[in-house]
Design a protein around this ligand. Sequence first.
Ligand code: ZN
Length: 676
Amino acid sequence: MSGIAGFHYHFYQPPREDPWTGLFNHEWSAWPYHDWNERIAAECYRAMVAVALPGDDGATSLFEPLTRSSFDLGPTLHHWLSASAPDVDRALQHQVRATSAAHRVVMAAPLVHAIVPLATPTDQARLIAWGIDDFRARYGEEPIGMWLPETAVDLGALEEMARQGITYTVLMPSQARSTRAPHEEWRDVAPDTLDTSRAYFVALPSGARMTVVFGHHDLSHRVAFSDLIGDGGGLAEVMAAEVGAREGVVLVVADGETYGHHHRFGDIGVAWATRELRETHHLETALGEWLRDRRPTDEVRLHEVSAWSCAHGVERWRSDCGCVTGERAGFDLAWRAPLRDALDWLRESAGSALDRELDHHVRSTAGALLDYGKVIAGEWSNVEFVARHQNRALDDDERSRVLEICEAQRNLMFSFTSCAWFFADPGEIETSIVLRYAALALELTRRTTGRDFEGSFVTRLARVRSAQHDVAGAALWRRACEGFRTSEVQIAAGAAAEYAVGASFARGRRGTWRIDYGSRDGDQVRVTLTNTRTLRKFTFLTHVTLGVDLGLHVDISDTTMWRRVGLERLGRDVVARVALARLVAPGSSDVESALSLLAADLLDREASRDDEVTLVALASTPRYVTPVGEAAIRRALLAVAARDRVVADRQALGALASAVGLSATFTPAGALRVSH
Ligand SMILES: [Zn+2]
């Protein structure tokens, strides 16, 4: 039997990284996890790496479904996994290397989850090249397959992929227009009439060919949206029957998060099905392996432009086509086009200014930016990158300028992350995040070129309106960015606070920042920050005042003027660490006891604003919250609420109350309602 019946997993999450710090924002809705990446990693990624299945003899053994299938793992998600769930990343690398060549199992993906057909030709080349760099840095091999975000495709995208060495991709049946067997006429096809049991080729204008394998229309849909995955043995039967006696393909294509996250225990179902297909039905299950010696003979013509989650080409990511997820009464999609236009305009205007500036320092602007993917992937250091591309010996300031320009371009690219247009409301995190990437790109453009495009950009957002939050244009922009922009002053002040509660306890690295502490000068400490991406350095003099209880503020000077930074602006990770150092015995990191102590303490005194900030920070920092900790948080919240003063900004406290199940005692304004 030489057919294949298997699965392709598209693993991806919208980026959640704070562009200014490289840290991941906390999300109350993912409680008790720090954020949704962490939660989905527990439910799906960690589960899918090794699934415990009972065998015939009753003993349980571990089955590794990923390397017996086909998958792509979005580079931005993979970056998070490497940093925050290294066990998953490492296990994956070991498995891939032990079972097969990586390029037979893993498909590469463009670095950013952007709609490739909507990108400029320059950006298409960069998206694909940077994705290939990421693959090479992780697996030490060149990829041969590439997954396109949203399977959004046109001939230009395929042509660029072929030019960069990619030989196959996976699409869905709705994307095919017509097919023909050798020496036969073209035949129009529909999703339910396309024969997906064979691989096809697309003849590209350049003369190159791209192999396309289509997911099984009906089975892919049923696995993603029904309970078909609940019975792994039954699913294997259905898939094997579909292959029948033919040398055919039955490929179930779905988001990887279907297994374990969207469908609880789906990881077990799909692992069971995969093992059955291999051991009982004796079928190949890994697409890349099956394609190894096969050259498709049938040709397919695709629709001019298409994607798997829009019935109107790629309109979902630039106009009100009607395709939407998460809609509610009163919503409209009129914001999509102006958001796309504004970002296209910014990419063109800021991008050109950045290119002109970069041109002064490197031999080839286009060549340097294409190679910058090797820096993002960690294959080259940024020092090595500049050394290779500089057109003369650059000093430290010029080197940082080159890197800041590249970072501005990277953030512009990230601002096209497709999730921004996918959902119903632009006030939500997916759209806010692309605006933050744009905000950092604007900042870096201002710093390196002296050109300020922010005003014009924000004007172009005028018709981008969030119905849910009733904000548009400049107000929407402020909502997305305010409270998220993190200045060097805040980073340095946070570092000083950690140093003040324990020199050995203070971190030398926080997100993308390296931190060096100078010797104490009286009661002042010199803090030097280095941005590890741009190598730009900043030095400050700091003085920390530890108030009573948990109160704290930092006075800080860049040698021109002193200013004061309060606890609430230091960042939740810093506040939690500082509080732990002050609340618990030296050497301990017992969050539960810290929370319990705080709750006890707040019964004896009136809570301060810094107590509130600390309470929220402790609850939102990575930790293992046991029932003891949760109960302590509830107790502490009630103690805070027992005061009569109303604090203006109670949003975080309100979110915390919801997370621990006290939302019923909250008024809409965020103040707790307590009867004495
Ligand atoms: Zn659509």
